[in-house]
Design a protein around this ligand. Structure first.
Ligand code: ZN
Length: 185
């Protein structure tokens, strides 16, 4: 287990190996051959999450989670060949890419035997950050999308279904968010 600064130093070494040098050429932000947009955490995803909760209550959180899960599976498929090409562990690539794109600084702090439990810690999750900018603190974890993305990746890596829970969230006042992923039987 490392502190945030050590994780960042490791990530920066990895990202320099394959990331674009000049991502904003023609008014479009292109990184690693894909186009991206930037949204301020002053309103995203805070307003979207709040609207979904207001309209659909707990089902709103599930929409974000499910959406994240699909993206997580896609990210796993996309980055696995890069991990293989550069001989870097898939989780180190995922941490590096997550940091590079501003999603947060993540680390796998527990990884059971194949098909076992995972514990993943994320500092500065953009979802928690968005809430912290708008409310003092929340009563429950808010990183539904991040939880979905990570679960999709865990399922890709392990090739089986997992259930995910966010045990600690920065929006509730913790130093970091912590997610636990357990295999479904
Ligand atoms: Zn969180």
């Amino acid at each position: 287990m490392n502190d945030k600064k050590e994780i960042e130093e490791k990530i920066q070494k990895i990202i320099r190996k394959f990331a674009d040098k000049n991502p904003c050429g023609d008014g479009k932000i292109k990184l690693l051959n894909r186009r991206y947009v930037l949204l301020s955490t002053d309103y995203f995803p805070f307003d979207l999450t709040r609207d979904l909760e207001e309209l659909f209550s707990a089902a709103g959180d599930a929409v974000l989670y499910k959406g994240g899960e699909k993206i997580g599976r896609e990210l796993y498929e996309h980055y696995l060949p890069i991990a293989r090409e550069y001989g870097i562990d898939i989780w180190d690539i995922i941490s590096a890419v997550g940091w590079y794109f501003g999603w947060g600084t993540g680390e796998v702090v527990e990884r059971g035997e194949q098909g076992g439990k995972y514990r993943i810690r994320v500092y500065d999750s953009f979802e928690a950050d968005s809430f912290k900018r708008r409310v003092e603190r929340t009563e429950k974890p808010v990183c539904h999308f991040m939880k979905g993305v990570l679960n999709g990746i865990v399922e890709g890596v392990e090739g089986r279904k997992y259930k995910a829970e966010e045990k600690m969230c920065m929006a509730m006042g913790s130093e970091y968010c912590e997610f636990v992923f357990e295999p479904m039987h």
